[in-house]
Design a protein around this ligand. Sequence first.
Ligand SMILES: [Zn+2]
Ligand SMILES: [Zn+2]
Length: 286
Amino acid sequence: MIDLHSHSTFSDGSLTPEALARKAAEIGLTAMALTDHDCTSGVPRFMAACASHGIEGIPGVEISADVKKGTLHVLGYLIEVGHESLESVLVRIRQGREIRNREILDKLQRLGMSLSWEDVASLADEEVVGRPHFAQALKAKGYVKSKEDAFERYLAKGKPAYADRFRLSPQDSIAALHAAGGLAVLAHPFTLDADRKGLREIVAGLKEAGLDGVEAYYSEHSPEQTQQYVAVARDLDLVAVGGSDFHGDANPAIRLGRGFGSLNVPDDVVTELRRRWRRKRGERAR
Ligand SMILES: [Zn+2]
Ligand SMILES: [Zn+2]
């Protein structure tokens, strides 16, 4: 049993890298990847912990890319951790949310509203501050009738207090992962919200940009979806990989290695992933 998609306390998971590796050993995983959101800082600790348990650790990351419809995440595997160009891009993505929040606040203040950062942050509690908290603060101050009203008048895309957040395009995400010597894989294709034909077109387009694989096996994929994504990968000569997207107690319904219970990522996925990685490295060296 293997699992190539998991999150630690370095992004939004509840287990440390060491606790993740320990859990993997307990349930008998032979290979596992850590793929924290926009962050590789947990990988060195994860790799060391995997080695101590005799598990094949795979360094990874998950980048949230900019896309018009749905959600597009790109998984990076076998990346060189600490690689300068990748790290600088990840830092920029992480700072993007903060910068965006400051811009929204600034715009609201310039529109004449008396609103402080504390007014908004106090509503977020432990959560990461986002637009819903601004909406709540505007309502609390009596500037809008409801949260929906706040979005309609100020916060929605195209409205006077809207600010965009920095994200890489899918193509640039792939390039950043390649620059760090890794492979780029389209995560959980179902979140693209595309029909069969549309999905194939998107994946074919990403392959043009160098995509190496598709995450076909995933906790939330139905057997039909898994079949469809495996077929797309095969047709386009991409590697079909998979994982649970384990977050620990942050999403307790999903189990490491088994997802909702029936996830079963074939062991030879790792062999194929490494084979492609070696081939690419050879091509780059020439
Ligand atoms: Zn994701
Ligand atoms: Zn994930």
